[in-house]
Every structure is written in C-alpha cells, then in structure tokens.
Write a protein that binds this ligand. Structure first.
Ligand code: HEM
Length: 493
C-alpha cells in the first residue's frame, strides 16, 4: 500500500504527465506556400538515421555542409530548418528569443523533468531563472569548488596503477557524486543513495527514449510505462529530502547546498502570479533538472578531454608542466583550489578545446511561435530550427585547423586564457547556448571541469587501450559510442 506521501507523489506525477495548459502554442501561419531552401529528402534523412552507418551528428554535419547555411527538410511531418551560419543562429536563438520556444528534444523526458528550467517557457521560466540564479553566484561556486575537489580525490583513491577502466563510467560516477554533494550537501548514501540509483536508471532510460520526442509514444511502450512508475517512486524520495531541508530551515539549521538556496529564494517580481517562493513541486522539478543537466554534460566533457590528452601526449605534458608549477609535485603536491583557477590557463584551454571539438550539448532546437525570416527565408510559425555546436565549432571556413586539437588557440598574447574565442563570430562558439536560455550552470561547469582535470592529471596519465575504437554517439549529450577503455598510469611521485 502507498503511504500518504506516496499517494500525493503519484497524484503529482500524474498531473505532470497531463498536457500543460500554460505551454505556448505557435500562432497560425500566414505563410502557406513559401519557397524553402534546398535540403535532403526527409525519407532519406530518416533512412540514414535509422541505418546509423554514421552517427546522428555526422549525418547533420554532412547535410549542412552539402546544402549551405540554411537547409530544409521534412522529418516525421515537421518542417525542420538546420542552420549552420553563426549570424543566423544568433538571430533566431538570441535576437528572437521571445519568438521561439524549446524544440521537442527533451519532451520524452518531461515526466522526469516536469516544468524545470530546461523545459519551462515564457514568464514562468524567467521567474524560475531569477529564483535559481543566486544559487549559482560566484561566491556559491567558490564554496562548492572545495567539494568538487574532495569528491575528485575520494574517487581517485579507488584508482590503481595499471588498472583498465571505462573513463566514461569513471567520469559519470564522479560528476554524479559532485552534483549530489553540491545539491543536497550530503553523500549519495541513504535516501540520497536510493535517489541516485533510481535517477541513474531513469536518466539512461529516458535518454534512450528521447529520440521519440513525444510523451505519448513513451507512454505507449512497456519500457516507458515502467520508467514512469519509477518516477513516482523517485518523487517520494525527493519529497522526503525536501521535507528534511525545510525542517532544518525551520529549526534554524543553516545549510549551504543548492537545494537550500532554492528553498530560501524569493522573487517579488512575479509573486502575484506564481508566489514569491518555489513550491515543493517546483523544487522537485529543478532538483531533477540540475541532476540531469548538471552531471552528464560535464562527465562527457571530461571523458573526451582524457581521450584527446591520450591522443596528444605533447599537450598532456604541457598540461602536467602547468600543474607541477602551480600545485607542486611529489611530496609537496597539493590539491587545486578555486583561487588557483586564474593560474591554470592551459588547463582551461584544454577544456575549451575539448568542448569545441566535442560539445556535450551538440545540438539545440527551437520551435517558431510566429512566422520569422531565417537567413532571408520566410519560415512559417511552428517550424523547427536546429543549431548545432557540433557543426559550428568545426566549420573550416571559421576555425583555423578546425578539426585538430589545438588548445593554444585559447591562450592570448599575455599567456592568459581567453574564453571568447577571439577572431570567430559570436554564434560560432556556443557550447553553453544563448541569452536567457544560456546554461545557468556554466561557471559551475568550468570550475568543476578545470579543478577535476587538474586534481586528477597532476597524478595520473590515462592512456587509451590500444586497438580501441573511438566514435561519437549523439544521444541527449555527445557520448563516446563504445565507451573509453583506458589504462590508468600513475605519474612518478
Ligand atoms: C560542460 C558542461 C555543460 C554544458 C556543455 C552545458 C550546456 C548547456 C546548453 C547548451 C544549454 C542551453 C540549451 C538550450 O538552449 O537548448 C544549457 C542549459 C542548461 N544547463 Fe547546462 N551545460 C553544462 C553544465 C551544466 C551544469 C553543471 C548545470 C547545473 C549544475 C547545468 C544546468 C543547466 C540548466 C538548468 C539549463 C537550462 C537553462 C535555462 O533554460 O534557463 N548545465 N546547458
């Protein structure tokens, strides 16, 4: 029998699965018979995607390179415009941010994510963003940096010289531990551990179903129905964690984790419409969103970085030289800290160059809410516009040595890391997206990726197991298709 909190959670989960009354709908179009840019036949695209000879990101790149800056095709009844021009992308995603909504990529995971920052729209999204922003303030990131390094050291304690590991699994476990620690302020043990295990299963399950792009199809499949029942179980655990945090707050216990900041947050601007503080339901949706958005992306960035370092030993040695000069070596080696970040330009450059070549969020989609000119073409309301960091970051007409791993491109004349990608147009460097939908965890991610890489690369030199095939797989994030089998090599003390 369900407990009363179980029944409540189940009722909330059912409500979350119902169509959202406040979801924006595209205005009717007045553009019925418009000229459309050249593009492939939609059936051909579907066939290529299903045949999966190439990975999805490579198929999209080939389409864009063959057809020009704006390409059109019809896929599953939808008019899709794939944009590969930096100015056009900036125009749609940034200048016209209010004329578009998110595409359908994450719709399949909506029962899990609810109406959190990734999936919500309009005024409600802006209000949630205002409430969540202080939790990512610089001073908060600084406080969380120490926890990131502690988790990296804890993870590394299990590494053995000469052991073979899958680096994707290693980095996923580590970033999961970091998000658990920074979000709840606890180890992933007890309730939080149950949460962790159930969520890991759901993330991978919904990740596999995300290509369906529809909640209805997810519900039609036995696997989808099973996952939905697991969401209800998970909701009970999340509710208990929220209750504990609220009780601590009522008893004057000052907690410093992200969830406590979200509980304390107040927004007077939209208080009349949405209330000043987040409800339990809203907290639950943001918790799920931060765990999803906050660990797999950084895990993939770190995984690809280890592979690129293994394939480019000279870069790995230069990275190690920087770490020795900042953190010391042998007996005097110390852990990196937030205050070291400014002294680690090469470590930053390795991360930047990694997410240029292997952007974890490899594609972003928007649905037009109104008719819009896109790169000179009249595009009807309701159409989908896709912009792919994977394509823009590798455009040989924009980037010098576009497909090579060249971290020095991020170092300026004074030896400092320059995050702005000097010399390339604004929309050509978009690993964290645009404007009011730009990644709220961007500074969290930079801090985490640089400090974790510094902590681990100071002591270890992982190398790819010879003969391993490395290929991309474009799921929700860009993953190494066959994992990354690597041998852990301890550096000389
Ligand atoms: C290397 C790591 C990361 C990358 C490459 C990345 C990339 C992105 C991108 C491209 C978007 C925009 C998606 C769109 O416009 O459709 C986004 C949004 C978001 N990211 Fe990240 N992210 C990373 C890490 C994180 C972390 C660590 C967190 C949280 C702790 C996080 C939380 C979010 C959230 C909540 C949003 C939605 C923001 C909104 O729409 O208001 N991300 N991320």
């Amino acid at each position: 029998m369900r407990s009363s909190s179980g029944r409540e959670a189940a009722a909330r989960a059912a409500a979350r699965r119902a169509p959202r009354p406040d979801a924006p709908t595209p205005a009717p179009t007045s553009l019925e018979h418009v000229a459309r840019p050249a593009g492939p036949n939609g059936l051909r695209v579907t066939f290529d995607l299903l045949r999966s000879r190439q990975s999805t990101n490579e198929i999209f790149e080939a389409i864009a390179r063959a057809n020009g800056p704006v390409t059109h095709y019809v896929l599953a009844g939808e008019h899709v415009y794939l944009v590969s021009d930096p100015d056009v992308i900036t125009d749609v995603f940034l200048t016209h941010a209010r004329d578009v909504m998110k595409g359908r990529g994450l719709q399949a995971a909506r029962p899990l994510l609810g109406n959190g920052l990734l999936t919500s729209e309009g005024e409600f999204h802006l209000r949630q963003r205002r409430l969540a922003q202080p939790a990512f303030h610089r001073s908060r990131i600084e406080a969380m940096a120490a926890q990131m390094v502690t988790e990296a050291e804890r993870h590394e304690a299990g590494w053995v010289d000469g052991a073979q590991v899958d680096m994707v699994e290693e980095m996923t476990a580590l970033t999961f531990a970091i998000v658990g620690r920074t979000l709840f302020g606890t180890d992933l043990t007890g309730d939080a551990r149950t949460f962790g295990d159930a969520l890991a299963e759901l993330l991978s399950g919904f990740g596999q179903l995300s290509a369906l792009g529809s909640e209805r199809l997810v519900r039609a499949l036995p696997k989808g129905r099973y996952l939905l029942s697991r969401v209800e179980d998970l909701d009970v655990v999340v509710q208990r964690i929220i209750d504990e945090h609220r009780a601590d707050a009522a008893n004057g216990v000052e907690r410093d984790d992200l969830l406590s900041w979200l509980i304390r947050a107040r927004d007077e601007e939209a208080a009349a419409e949405f209330g000043a503080a987040m409800t339990d339901e809203q907290l639950r949706d943001e918790v799920m969103t931060f765990v999803l958005a906050g660990h797999e992306t950084t895990a993939m960035a770190l995984s690809w970085a280890w592979w690129l370092l293994s394939a480019n030993p000279a870069v790995a040695e230069r990275l190690h030289d920087e770490l020795v000069s900042v953190l010391g070596s042998g007996e005097s080696l110390r852990a990196p800290a937030y205050s070291d970040l400014a002294s680690l330009p090469w470590t930053h450059a390795v991360v930047a160059e990694t997410i240029r070549l292997y952007p974890p969020a490899w594609i972003m989609g928007r649905r037009l809410l109104t008719d819009l000119k896109v790169g000179g073409w009249d595009v009807p309301s309701g159409s989908i516009v896709l912009g792919a960091p994977w394509i823009l970051h590798r455009d040989p007409t924009i980037w010098d040595r576009a497909t090579s791993f060249v971290p020095e491109r991020w170092i300026d004349g004074d030896g400092r890391f320059d995050e702005s990608a000097p010399g390339v147009p604004r929309g050509a460097w978009i690993p964290f997206g645009f404007g009011n939908r730009r990644c709220i965890g961007e500074q969290f991610a930079w801090t985490e990726a640089v400090l974790v890489l510094a902590a681990l690369a100071a002591r270890w030199r992982p190398t790819l197991v010879p003969g391993s095939v490395v290929a991309t797989q474009a799921a929700v994030t860009l993953r190494p298709k066959h994992g990354l089998p690597m041998t852990l090599r301890a550096r000389e003390a």
